[in-house]
Design a protein around this ligand. Structure first.
Ligand code: SAH
Ligand code: SF4
Length: 383
């Protein structure tokens, strides 16, 4: 059985070369062939020491993920559906802007957190992705795009956001080496501030990320108080808001930016009133005495079937943002991209539902009439 070299960061690849009886430094060359040039064939690697090149085919391979589909939006957004085996698939989205190209990467097939407003959460959890499966999304997208956009040798993806399917900090074991490859100058060479981990608030793992690979941090807050957040983001019952904000304060000294980004999904009649905005302002400005240095990103809710939720009207989102801005917290409203291909936040996995084990399990649970929290109509929505 060969190992997939996409599973290694440079340190791991060096250890692997050593196992083959090769000098550790040879790993750097190999690493560059893979992640600078997109090579998957050892015979291409002409300047690699011959002894190593000869040993590699028996011991290793460089394989990405089978592409089940690719959809191109009119606005340039591209969405891939990748097969990760056993009926599971994950999505990856490329979002081009004038001055950058952002790739939104998945960390798990499904997600165990089960947020009420998230399509992936409704799907249930199948499994963690490996480091190689996380990196394959970047590796395949980058080298496809260089060709597709006719930009050979040029870096197309300048930013990575771990905002696809899954909770990255519930898969930190695979995540950390993947982040290291994204940052490594011998690979993608992205700066720490251009790699963002988004989390629903796995407090102990925020500390671990600070120690092992601090990158930009986005925290999905969505509510200014525990009772409401308990309902929207079930993980809040384990790690309530005060503990989460303490973790944010501990993260800041290691962070590449001097603020945390809070994400707030705008749900009509649920978390979007002026009172909620004032409560949020007070919370973030006063927590721990001096508040949490932060920016807020309001995400208009992207609907999906059976969510039982609606997006706040535009004027409500604007008013909410205005209160926060006037209160001194820089707040932006996220533009929705890739609308025509369902590539927006929280819509990922729509197409996958019928393919996953998790979906089958979910259907079985429904059939035996076990109430499932997130499919129960929300009290506020029943009127
Ligand atoms: N699990 C991580 C990262 C993936 S979700 C997290 O929750 O942060 C990426 C972002 O999309 C999160 O901020 C999440 O709250 C948001 N999101 C999920 N479903 C959404 C939806 N239907 N509409 C808008 N944003 C959504
Ligand atoms: Fe999981 Fe994030 Fe979706 Fe919540 S919002 S269910 S944490 S992917």
């Amino acid at each position: 059985m060969t190992v997939n070299l996409l599973d290694f960061d440079l340190e791991g690849l060096a250890a692997f070369c050593e196992q083959l009886g090769e000098k550790r430094f040879r790993a750097t060359q190999l690493f560059r062939w893979i992640h600078h040039k997109g090579a998957s064939d050892f015979t291409q690697m002409t300047d690699l020491a011959r002894s190593l090149r000869e040993k590699l085919p028996a011991a290793a391979r460089i394989t990405g993920l089978p592409v089940l589909s690719r959809q191109d939006s009119a606005d340039g957004t591209i969405k891939w559906l990748f097969d990760v085996g056993d009926g599971n698939a994950v999505e990856t989205v490329f979002i081009p802007e004038d001055d950058r190209g952002t790739l939104c990467v998945s960390s798990q097939a499904g997600c165990a957190v089960g947020c009420r407003f998230c399509s992936t959460g409704h799907q249930g959890f199948s499994r963690n992705l490996s480091t190689g499966e996380i990196l394959a999304q970047l590796w395949q997208a980058e080298f496809f795009l260089r060709q597709h956009l006719n930009r050979p040798g040029e870096r197309v993806i300048t930013n990575v956001v771990m905002m696809g399917m899954g909770e990255p900090l519930q898969n930190i074991h695979a995540l950390i080496p993947a982040l290291k490859v994204m940052l490594d100058d011998h690979a993608y060479g992205l700066s720490r501030r251009r790699v963002t981990v988004s989390t629903s608030g796995v407090v102990p793992m925020i500390d671990r990320l600070a120690q092992e690979c601090p990158v930009a941090l986005a925290v999905s807050l969505h509510a200014p108080s525990d009772p409401l957040r308990d309902d929207l983001v079930p993980l809040n019952r384990k790690y309530p808001i005060a503990e989460l904000l303490d973790a944010c304060l501990r993260y800041l000294p290691a962070a590449p930016r001097d603020f945390i980004t809070f994400e707030y999904c705008m749900l009509d009649g649920v978390n979007d009133t002026p009172e909620h905005a004032h409560e949020l302002l007070k919370l973030l400005r006063e927590h721990g005495g001096r508040g949490v240095p932060c920016k807020i990103n309001l995400i208009p809710f992207n609907p999906f079937p059976d969510s039982g939720l609606r997006c706040s009207p535009r004027a409500v989102v604007q008013r909410f943002g205005q209160i926060l801005n006037e209160g001194g917290i820089v707040t932006t409203i996220r533009k929705t991209r890739g609308d025509d291909i369902d590539a927006a936040c929280g819509q990922l996995a729509g197409d996958v539902l019928d393919r996953t084990d998790a979906a089958r399990r979910l259907a079985q649970r429904r059939a035996v009439e076990q109430p499932i929290r997130f499919v129960t109509p929300h009290p506020e929505r029943q009127a």
